[in-house]
Design a protein around this ligand. Structure first.
Ligand SMILES: [Zn+2]
Length: 83
């Protein structure tokens, strides 16, 4: 299963706000971005030439998040979660 999330939280003006991947790609400079579920840092990816749509991926592999591609079935906070 691939990461297929198209929303995340961005630190904007001191608050975490949910934004879409399209917004994240357009923001410059890019704010800190984290996964809505586990809080781990994520990176936005543009739509790929192979048709895979724009999406966020965790910067580091995390098995405790159902929004990630390595979910092992048990949800735990990301060890590098942004707070
Ligand atoms: Zn996550």
């Amino acid at each position: 299963m691939k990461d297929n999330t198209d929303t995340c939280e961005a630190r904007l003006g001191g608050n975490w706000e949910v934004i879409s991947v399209g917004v994240a790609l357009a923001l410059s400079p890019r704010p800190e971005l984290r996964c809505i579920e586990c809080g781990g840092p994520v990176r936005p990816h543009k739509q790929a030439n192979n048709g895979m749509r724009a999406h966020f991926e965790h910067r580091s592999r995390h098995e405790g998040c159902s929004r990630g591609s390595h979910f092992n079935g048990r949800r735990v906070p990301h060890p590098d979660a942004l707070i």
